[in-house]
Write a protein that binds this ligand. Sequence first.
Ligand code: HEC
Length: 394
Amino acid sequence: MDYDLTTWLNLGLRWLHVIAGVAWIGASFYFVWLDNNLRPPVPEKEGVKGELWAVHGGGFYHSQKYMVAPAHMPDHLHWFKWEAYTTWLSGFALLTVLYYVGAPVYLIDPAKHAFSQPAAIATGLAFILGGLLVYEALCRSPLGQRPRLFGTVWFLCLTGAAYALTHLFSDRGAFIHVGAIIGTAMVGNVFLVIIPNQRRIVADMLAGRDVDPRLGAMGKQRSVHNNYMTLPVIFIMISNHYPVVTGHPLAWLLLALISAGGVSIRHFFNLRHHGVIKPDFIFLGVALVVAASAVASHKPKPAEVASDVPFPVAQAIVQKHCVTCHSATPTHKGFTAPPNGAAFDTPQGMARYAPKIRERAVDSTSMPLGNETHITDAERAQLGAWIKAGAKTP
Ligand code: HEC
C-alpha cells in the first residue's frame, strides 16, 4: 500500500480550515452588520441600546443589544469562539504540514535565501509571533484610541513584513506567512481580549459588581479591527492561484494595493449599514486593485531569443527542469503523483498545459517550485517562444 499521508492530512485540514473560516467570518460579518443596523427601541427599554427585527428562513427574529449587560444573566448564553479557534488551529496545522514539514519544497527558495529547514521554520514562527506582539502593543498604546492612524500604522507594519518575507521565502511561503500574521492577530483578538473581557463582564454581573464599560469597548475595538482584516486575509488565502501577483518582483506592493482595496470596499459596506452611501470607497477599492494590475503588467523584459524554438529544445528544458515532479511517475521524493495532476512527460502533456506553463514558468517565476532545478531566464524565454509559436509538437 502506498499511503500518501501528507496529501490526505492536507485535504482534511484544508477542508476543515475553510469550513471553520466560513463559520467564523460569516458570524463576524453578521454581528458587525447587526451592530450597525441596531436602532434605539421605541419606546425605550431598560438597558437596551438597540434592537433589530429581521425575517429569515420562514420566521421573524428580534435581536436586542444590552449595554453593558442585561439585568439578569440568561440560562443559555452562546459564546462565539470555537469558530475562530478552529480556524486558527486547523490553519496552523496546515501551515505545519505543508510549509514546515515540506519546507524544502514549499517554503525555502534558495534564490532568495538559502535557509536550512530549522532556520526557515524558526523565521516563519518568529514573524507570526512578532506580528502578534507588535499588534497587541499598538492596540494597547494611545494609538489604539485613534482608529485611522492605528489602521495606517498597522497596515505599514504588515507591508514591511510582506516586503521582508517576499525577500526571504518562496513566493507562496511569503504570502502565507503574511496571512498567518493577520490571522493570528485576529484570533488573538478573540482569545486574548474579546472572550476574557466577556468572561469578566459575566463574572462581575453574577457577583453583583459594577461592570466596567471599558471591557466591552475594548472587545468592540478588536472586533472592528477583525472586520477590516478579513478581506485582505481572504485574498491572501486564495492568492496562490495568482502567480502573476505572488511571483512578481514587487509582490509585496501588489499585496499592499490589493489589501488596501479590500479594506476600502469593506469600509463602504460598514458605512452603508449605517445608511451612509459613499460609493467613493467602492471606486477607490476598485482603483487600487486596477493599479495593482497595472503594476503587475510591468515586468523586466524577458531575454531575447530566436522566435522559432523547435519542440525538442522546449522538451529538453521541461525534461531537465520540470518532470522530476510533473510526471506520471515523479522521481522527486516529495511527490508520489504529478502536482495538481499536471504531467509534462509526454508531448501531449506539454501541449495541453502550454498556457499554464507560460503562466507559471515564463510570465512568472513561480515554477519550478523554489527554482529547485535552477532553470535560467534564457530557458524560460525559450519555453515562452515555443508556446507563443503555437506550442507545436511532432
Ligand atoms: C519540485 C517540484 C516541482 C518542479 C521541479 C516543478 N513544479 Fe510545477 N508544480 C509543483 C507543485 C507542488 C505544484 C502545485 C502547487 C502550485 O500550484 O503551486 C505545481 C504546479 C504547477 C502548475 C499548475 C498546474 C495546475 O493545473 O494547477 C504548472 C503549470 C506548473 N507547475 C509548471 C511547472 C513547470 C513548467 C516546471 C518546470 C519549468 C515546473 N512546474 C517544475 C511542483 C513542481
